[in-house]
Design a protein. Structure first.
Length: 163
């Protein structure tokens, strides 16, 4: 029995996820995560409070859903990045680990506390002033800075070395 034109799979076909192309995909994933986090958490979140036709309870309800879905999108970005790193047999950089830790802190601790306040306000309760929003914004800026650092490191790692 004869095998018709059996050729080994080319390095180009298999190497994209482990070689330079895989590194480029990791870098793209990191910068995509930056875009999702920055646009959703630092731009769109405060922008809705500028809409005069939205009442505070409605804006807060929209915000709850916004943070829920942006959190899902961020988690997907993180999962894809980790899968690509694993497939490329690379460890995450320290800045990427720091961004992941901040993301976990936001999702596990900060957002649940903010959600309690949000639900109380939506329900008509008066709540005391809190610094939690400032802590969240600071965490978001820190996460974005760590992601930018990780993205630049990843980009530099994959650029051809000259000289």
């Amino acid at each position: 029995m004869q095998v018709l034109n059996a050729k080994p799979i080319s390095q180009e076909a298999t190497g994209i996820w482990r070689g330079v192309g895989g590194g480029q995909a990791i870098t793209a994933g990191i910068f995509l995560w930056i875009g999702v986090a920055f646009a959703g958490n630092l731009v769109a979140a405060p922008a809705k409070f500028q809409a005069a036709s939205l009442t505070l309870p409605v804006a807060l309800e929209v915000g709850r859903m916004q943070f829920l879905w942006i959190g899902f999108a961020e988690a997907i970005c993180l999962l894809v990045i980790l899968c690509l790193l694993g497939n490329a047999r690379r460890w995450p950089s320290w800045p990427l680990l720091a961004a992941t830790a901040v993301f976990a802190l936001q999702r596990i601790w900060l957002l649940p506390l903010l959600d309690i306040r949000t639900l109380a306000i939506i329900g008509g309760a008066q709540v005391e002033d809190s610094l939690l929003h400032f802590v969240y914004v600071a965490a978001e800026i820190l996460k974005t800075a760590c992601l930018a650092w990780a993205g630049v490191q990843s980009l530099r790692r994959d650029l051809p070395q000259t000289g």
